[in-house]
Design a protein around this ligand. Structure first.
Ligand code: NDP
Length: 264
């Protein structure tokens, strides 16, 4: 299937590891120009170079923290200076949390709100004007199955991801008249560095190993009985961003091995 993504310019936040990196590689494979943003400068620049070499793609790695508005403004000027605009924006940067509502301080709520919700709003405000000038575009937000089906240990994560789903729905309604399609993806268990970190913390508390914890969590929760690889998820982003998904607007798609326990 020709997805028609050759030459399209795609910006992926959190594109230097895990899901974002797999998505960046999948777009590069389709001939797109790939821009990735993340905090650790050395890693984001290295991954951008690796993608460029492996897929003969044009790439750019931007060191940025999406919770800082000035960093988003700098990313905008870098991208516009080099590519003149943007076709596809993927708001993917995010982290799992661990707290109780009774104990978490306000600062933690505000920080994760900035990371999961305000960052997506600010990048949309930055890049939508360029999409409009080009006659359309695509925005995909990575939320989580936890937006609908919460995990007990991360109420701030669950709450902010639910807010991101609603923000995406409202933005889709606002932008479709300009030919910009907004959709949200709710992944289930995807084996990325973030899960290894979470498993390390929770396994220690439960007196087991990270590997055993991850295997147990997959067996307990998912009908498919395993984690997905980031690559299994990435192709779905590529399809949704392509014109082949032209009637997909304002929706939330679960890619979760059957984990969601209700119909949606
Ligand atoms: P990883 O921890 O593996 O990768 C996170 C990426 O985001 C890295 O590139 C990291 O780079 C970057 N990042 C983190 N914080 C910031 C920040 N403040 N500003 C810019 N970049 C940032 O995470 P995953 O790939 O697992 O997760 C990606 C997204 O998918 C997240 O939004 C997560 O909530 C969501 N998700 C993941 C699931 C899973 O099972 N893995 C399931 C459901 C949703 P750096 O540290 O250098 O900034």
């Amino acid at each position: 299937m020709d997805l028609g993504l050759k030459g399209k310019q795609v910006f992926i936040t959190g594109g230097s590891a895990g899901i974002g990196l797999a998505v960046a590689r999948a777009f590069a494979r389709e001939g797109a120009t790939v821009i990735i943003g993340a905090r650790q400068k050395e890693r984001v620049e290295r991954e951008a170079r690796t993608i460029a070499e492996e897929f003969s793609a044009e790439t750019l790695g931007i060191s940025m923290d999406v919770t800082i508005p000035e960093d988003i403004a700098r990313a905008e000027s870098d991208i516009v200076a080099r590519f003149g605009g943007l076709d596809i924006l993927i708001n993917n940067a995010g982290v799992g949390t661990e707290e109780t509502i009774m104990e978490a301080p306000d600062e933690k709520w505000y920080h994760i709100w900035d990371l999961h919700v305000m960052a997506a709003i600010r990048t949309a405000r930055a890049f939508v004007p360029y999409m409009k000038k080009r006659g359309g575009g695509v925005i995909l937000n990575t939320a989580s199955i936890c937006a609908k089906q919460p995990l007990y240990y991360e109420p701030i994560y669950n709450t902010t991801k639910a807010a991101l789903v609603m923000m995406g729905k409202c933005l889709a309604n606002e932008l479709i008249k300009d030919g910009i399609r907004v959709n949200t993806i709710n992944p289930g268990l995807i084996l990325t560095p973030d899960w290894w970190k979470t498993a390390g913390i929770l396994a220690e508390k439960e007196g087991t190993t990270a590997e055993a914890y991850l295997e147990a969590i997959a067996k307990e929760n998912t009908p498919i009985q395993r984690f997905a690889t980031p690559e299994e998820l990435a192709d779905f982003y590529v399809f949704l961003a392509s014109d082949r998904a032209s009637y997909c607007v304002g929706a939330t798609y679960y890619v979760d091995g059957g984990w969601l326990k209700v119909i949606d």
